[in-house]
Design a binder for this molecule. Structure first.
Ligand SMILES: Cc1ncc(COP(=O)(O)O)c(C=O)c1O
Length: 538
């Protein structure tokens, strides 16, 4: 036996001892099988028909009787006694093993000093307190103590935690994205700093031109964030106090904050089950003589049916402002946001498909008057190039130059990134068991750009715990429909008003989605989701 250390005072007979194991003074080992790198302390007795795994420690003075199995990585304290006969027969002893019962100590378990183990199973990662007398099986991941031993605490599942540590999957991984284009980003930021061109610089105009080309739009006006993009677009479209604006309750609150900002009243309509988007068939019933605009929200990266909304808006003389904060690069019948509407707004919040290094946004429009008005509103009511002449009272809602410089670099990669998101969605579709959950729906003729990959499940809360334990990040966008938010109690809506939004918000969960996600990661996420739903549906 190579690399095995056995003290000269120890007695080792008829046993197999694995490499790297050590047996200390006066230990008595017979008929045992001991794995690698295991340590057997002084005065330990190990009987025949025992099996001890790798990397275990059996501390001095312990007694390991026949039929005990000790798995890898177990720690046995000093003076631990195992017992293999529930009712020792004393004088009636026949010498037969038949009445003997096995004991199993599963991997990573810890047995405190002077504990006594009757023939039991000690679960994986569990701890037996010092001096405990264990008379019943101990489940995985818990602490038992006392005589007779009782469970005093449940522990986190360290096997799962270790697996999770090994496979930690983020919902989105911006570090990875940035590491690939770091030099270009650094150079673009350095140029702004070197030129001290922080406000309304050429960086803004360059990004606006490039984004206009990308969106096939006549005008792009860079603004401070996606929320102000919506309110500026509404204001430029003439929406004001007393007007009503129709939108969806299943969106980020920014959409409706913008409506309130211009003094208009929010009107909700329910969403469609399949697409999670505003149900166009319900818009007409919500229109009153005060209705002046519709804000369709292209949630998760899927556009609304814009020709139907246009047709409806034309019939009722309504403006359309598309909230495209989650839909950079999305298409409906080959047309991007902005094509069918008066204006479309974008957020460049860092986690978006096209994200800045802070807050940023834009409005796109093909309407010269709307563009001109927004250009003035964002910059204290000044026309482009004016310094001291304020045509109107505006705001400070400009896009800043560092953000524009970052966005200009990143825009070059947007198509490639969106393509990767779409491929990742196809892989999810391949690996997720669609009989146990509802996968994203993409109508014919639409290009979904998967800002979020949203599935629907029945037992979401428990799935979220399971995913956390498995090292998988997730998102819930959004768990409370806006009509039930305290902020909108004054609107007088109640539970039951928009049943589809109310139900879906309890079932949705966004799985990790970013361009650089690997197939291995997608498979792991899908396996875990499938595993949970299979167990749950049994
Ligand atoms: C649908 C939607 N609208 C508007 C916004 C607001 O954008 P910003 O955070 O840039 O103000 C967001 C941002 O999360 C959004 O998701």
């Amino acid at each position: 036996m190579r690399n095995v250390t056995i003290s000269t005072t120890a007695i080792v007979k008829d046993s197999v001892i694995g490499e790297g194991s050590q047996i200390w003074e006066f230990a008595n080992v017979y008929g045992a099988k001991i794995g690698e790198n295991t340590k057997i302390g002084s005065y330990v007795e190990i009987q025949n028909n025992t099996c001890i795994g790798n990397d275990a420690i059996i501390s001095s003075h312990s007694f390991i009787c026949s039929l005990v199995t000790i798995e890898d990585n177990v720690f046995i304290g000093h003076g631990v006694m195992t017992v293999n006969d529930l009712y020792p027969p004393s004088k009636r002893r026949t010498g037969s093993d038949e009445d003997w019962k096995p004991t199993l100590i599963k991997k990573n378990a810890i047995i405190g000093s002077n504990a006594t183990l009757m023939p039991v199973v000690i679960g994986e990662n569990s701890i037996v307190g010092a001096g405990a007398v264990v008379t019943k099986d101990v489940p995985d991941n818990c602490i038992v103590a006392g005589n007779p031993a009782k469970i005093v605490k449940y522990l986190p599942n360290i096997t799962k935690t270790n697996e999770a540590r090994a496979m930690k999957i983020l919902l989105a991984d911006l570090k990875l994205q940035h590491s690939k284009i770091r030099e270009e980003l650094d150079a673009a930021i350095t140029k702004v700093v070197d030129d001290c061109s922080f406000i309304m610089s050429e960086q803004i105009a360059e990004f606006e031109n490039n984004f206009a080309e990308y969106c096939q739009a006549k005008h792009v006006i860079g603004v401070s964030n996606g929320t102000s993009a919506i309110s500026l677009a509404l204001e430029a479209c003439g929406i004001k106090e007393g007007d009503e604006v129709i939108t969806t309750p299943h969106t980020f609150i920014a959409t409706t904050e913008a409506i309130s900002k211009v003094g208009a009243k929010i009107k909700f309509v329910d969403i469609e089950e399949k697409t999670h988007l505003m149900d166009i068939t319900k818009i007409e019933a919500a229109i009153t003589e005060n209705t002046k605009a519709i804000i369709p929200v292209h949630l998760n990266g899927l556009m609304c049916n814009m020709s139907k909304i246009r047709e409806l808006a034309d019939r009722h003389n309504l403006k359309i402002i598309e909230d495209s904060a989650q839909a950079h690069g999305a298409l409906y019948n080959n047309n991007p946001p902005g094509f069918h509407s008066d204006a479309a707004t974008f957020s460049f919040f860092p986690g978006k498909n096209l994200g800045a290094f802070g807050d940023a946004g834009a409005v796109i429009t093909n309407n010269d008057q709307i563009a001109e008005k927004i250009r003035m509103l964002r910059n204290h009511g000044r026309k482009l190039g004016e310094k001291h002449n304020h045509e109107i009272e505006g705001y400070n809602e400009r896009l800043d130059s560092i953000q524009a410089a970052v966005l200009k670099v990143k825009l070059q990669y947007l198509n490639e990134w969106n393509k990767q998101r779409i491929q990742n969605a196809q892989l999810y579709q391949k690996h997720l068991d669609s009989s146990k959950m509802v996968l994203p729906y993409v109508p014919d003729g639409y290009r979904h750009v998967y800002h979020q990959y949203v599935i629907r499940v029945k037992d979401r809360e428990r799935l979220t715990h399971f995913l956390k334990e498995s090292g998988i990040s997730f998102g819930i966008n959004y768990p409370i429909p806006l009509h039930l938010q305290p902020a909108y109690a004054y609107l007088g809506y109640k539970t039951g008003d928009f049943p589809i939004a109310e139900r879906l918000t309890k079932e949705i969960i966004s799985l990790p989605m970013f361009p650089e996600l690997s197939e291995e990661q997608i498979k792991y996420v899908a396996e875990k989701v499938n595993e949970f739903l299979k167990k749950n549906n049994e």
